[in-house]
Design a protein around this ligand. Sequence first.
Ligand SMILES: O=P(O)(O)OC[C@H]1O[C@H](OP(=O)(O)OP(=O)(O)O)[C@H](O)[C@@H]1O
Ligand SMILES: O=c1[nH]c(=O)c2nc[nH]c2[nH]1
Length: 245
Amino acid sequence: MLYAKCREIYGLFQVSEKEEGAEEAEMKVLEERIRQEGQILSDTVLKVDSFLNHQVDTGLALEIGKEFGRIFGGRPITKVLTIEASGIQFAMAASIALSVPFVYAKKKKAVTLSEQVYSAPVHSFTRQESYQVCISQKYLGPGDKVLIVDDFLATGAALVGLVDIVREAGAELLGVGCVIEKCFQEGRGLLEEMGVEVHSLARISAMAPGEVHFIENEEITGGLSKTKDAREMTAPAAVQEAQQA
Ligand SMILES: O=P(O)(O)OC[C@H]1O[C@H](OP(=O)(O)OP(=O)(O)O)[C@H](O)[C@@H]1O
Ligand SMILES: O=c1[nH]c(=O)c2nc[nH]c2[nH]1
């Protein structure tokens, strides 16, 4: 009942079955925000902290949750799983759309976490630090059917760590949803080698100062993205100015 109330407040619908054409569902609005506000800091680092992972546009985050609901709604998911910090808002939005709780892996074991945990090592791409991430055994276990959600897929370290934890817990993994995937990095390849199905909402095949290439129709093999119809997007003047500064 509480999930229904949440959906009413946030204008989200119950997604119980995969809608027709869901696999083609695209988040043009997300690509547009990346195009407008994204800053390419290097060949591999995209800064989207004005709306995605520092300041958060909650309206967009809820739309993202709804999209994950459309994609994964036909599966009997019992729990959404993510890793702190930047996956939390999207896991929460997906959990409302799917009417299941979400749980997030902690990067440091707090004193309040006294019970048994599942854990895995994760190296953070943006912080260049390694963590032993953990989840209480109270909140994940055999019988859970899990959707993993995160904001970025890059080297795959964070998601591989979460997949390892799901497997250690004896839970079943029903899919992975990412907000932004940098397809030129190895993350998808690693996950697919582990037999994991990945859906990303904005798929970047390449980026360089002033331009981002999105994959329109995904066809990905062994971690390498083949672009069928890539659109070149020129970064706005503000971004180019920031890069030149
Ligand atoms: O595929 P990967 O190479 O693992 O990169 C993706 C991860 O990197 C970021 O986490 P990070 O620890 O950098 O930052 P956060 O604390 O803001 O989530 C992001 O939130 C993902 O969890
Ligand atoms: O803000 C971010 N930008 C990135 O390029 C990235 N890659 C992994 N995690 C990331 N977070």
